[in-house]
Design a protein around this ligand. Structure first.
Ligand SMILES: [Zn+2]
Length: 503
């Protein structure tokens, strides 16, 4: 027996000896949100992260390293607003990113600007699961060679995108469900015999608590185990590496370039198979030197931002406007925003919340203060609605009263029945009463910000009401921030006591 088996054993031994294991490295950023300088914690920021990226790439060897960004790359700072996102695209080119996957905030300047971003990055952008009406599909995946290995990278943006856009914009997007899309893509990818398949997504792994179904990662990992590594984003959580699904490795860096994610794939070159994945988050500590080349290239954006931060808006605001309390009842900042929107649009009723926890200080107000109060480039949306519509919207909002996305009512009074949690409109204007016909021949102009109006999958009744033709829903060419700036310029002596609309 033994002599007859020996040749086979020797052969197997020899095969084991020749099976070569090779490593490739993935460096990943996500949710940078154009944060160039360190955050308020003193860490992170892309200028410092660029130094970490370049050092890691040199140490690991550029021939063995891929650099990938998973989106929310063009929005989040004054520099982004002023350049309409361009400040976020420049580092992708300058640092030589191999792959870029767009995030939901890449739509904040409108679909045409999003398309422009995709054109500017057409050599590296991947987006398999979203197409825009009248446009050719984006590149869904790519095959990159490093260290003699073929690495397939699939790019997915947020599949929830339509819920964050107004119906008029959402209609022009088609989202391709991963359950039907990925089998086709993977079949195509297999014909190229890759050594590893990676998914780069602007979605996060949210086990069990993702009640709206915003993120598909858990489902993807359990259905498509041939994906060895998922690079996640969007949730602003960080994962230095964990197994999800059956055997998929999941990695996600924190937002604002507070760390760079680094995965090492060890690949059996004979079997074209990933043998192991390890990963870590490379910190971007306080006092990391800025990358001089990136800083030089971004200087025009940095100067513009500094100028805007220091721009004087109000010489002396009479009183601080705090952000404590609940919008629509006791929060001064949401009262300010709603009042400014009402004045800018002539709306009788405004639904608005607060978009940050920052307050406006008394005294000199600068561009910096306004951007902290209103960090998003939200446009104002108006619609003509009946009192029934307004009451329905108010009651839907009340379900989210403790949530950051809650919008209080301004311009109408209502009483809340604590037993049922339902509100009933009782008047219009600060001392007003309701018209006798409360079932509505009359329509009122009502205003929102575009993000609330889109519904986010939470405000489905609001979205349905705004989608009715008679609502005449219109997105204005005016941002919430501009409306507030205009209002403050006119009312520097403002003393703001929130009016308790909801009683
Ligand atoms: Zn996002």
């Amino acid at each position: 027996m033994i002599p007859r088996l020996l040749p086979f054993l020797l052969l197997a031994f020899a095969l084991t000896l020749t099976a070569e294991l090779r490593d490739i490295h993935i460096l990943q950023t996500a949710d940078v949100h154009t944060q160039l300088r360190p955050t308020t914690h003193g860490t992170g920021g892309l200028l410092a992260a660029a130094t970490v990226i370049r050092q890691a790439r040199e140490r690991l060897s550029p021939d063995r390293t891929l650099l990938i960004d998973c989106g929310d790359t063009t929005q989040g700072t004054i520099a982004a607003t002023l350049s309409r996102g361009q400040v976020g695209l420049l580092p992708l080119k300058l640092l030589g990113y191999d792959v870029w996957v767009p995030g939901n905030h890449e739509f904040d300047y409108g679909i045409d600007t999003f398309l422009d971003f995709m054109r500017q990055t057409s050599d590296i952008a991947l987006c398999a699961n979203l197409t825009v009406r009248g446009q050719p599909p984006f590149r869904p995946w790519t095959l990159l060679t490093r260290n003699g290995l073929k690495i397939a990278v699939i790019g997915l943006t947020s599949s929830y995108m339509r819920n964050w856009l107004l119906p008029a914009d959402a209609q022009s997007l088609t989202i391709h469900n991963h359950r039907t899309l990925l089998p086709k893509l993977l079949a195509d990818i297999r014909t190229h015999q890759p050594d590893a398949i990676i998914l780069a997504a602007h979605q996060g792994w949210v086990p069990n608590t993702d009640t709206r179904g915003v993120n598909d990662i858990e489902d993807i990992a359990s259905r498509f185990p041939e994906i060895a590594l998922v690079l996640g984003a969007h949730t602003h959580r960080d994962f230095p590496g964990t197994t999800i699904g059956h055997r998929t490795w999941y990695l996600q860096p924190p937002p604002h370039a507070n760390a760079v994610a680094h995965a090492t794939l060890t690949i059996d070159t004979d079997a074209h198979r990933v043998v192991s994945v390890t990963s870590q988050l490379l910190p971007v500590p306080r006092n990391t030197p800025h990358d001089p080349e990136l800083e030089q290239a971004l200087l025009p954006f940095i100067r513009q931002e500094q100028h805007e931060r220091q721009r004087l808006l109000v010489a002396s605001l009479a009183q601080a406007i705090p952000s404590r309390g609940i919008p629509g009842t006791s929060c001064a900042t949401s009262e300010l925003i709603a009042t400014a929107i009402a004045q800018a649009t002539g709306a009788a009723v405004v639904f608005h919340g607060k978009l940050s926890n920052h307050e406006l200080p008394a005294g000199k107000l600068h561009g910096h203060d306004l951007h902290r109060l209103l960090p998003y480039d939200n446009a104002i949306v108006t619609a003509t609605l009946t009192l029934d519509d307004i009451q329905t919207i108010l009651n839907e909002q009340l379900k989210w009263r403790r949530h950051y996305s809650f919008n209080g009512i301004y311009g109408a009074t209502a009483t809340l029945n604590p037993a049922t949690g339902q509100a009933t409109l009782t008047g219009l204007g600060k001392t007003g009463t309701l018209p006798p016909d409360t079932t509505n021949a009359q329509r009122l102009l009502v205003a929102f910000n575009a993000h609330a109006a889109a519904g986010s999958g939470r405000f489905t009744a609001l979205r349905a009401i705004l989608a009715q033709p008679q609502a005449n829903t219109t997105q204005l060419n005016l941002s919430t921030r501009q409306a507030v700036e205009n209002f403050l310029a006119k009312h520097p002596n403002l003393t703001l006591t929130p009016f308790p609309w909801l009683q």
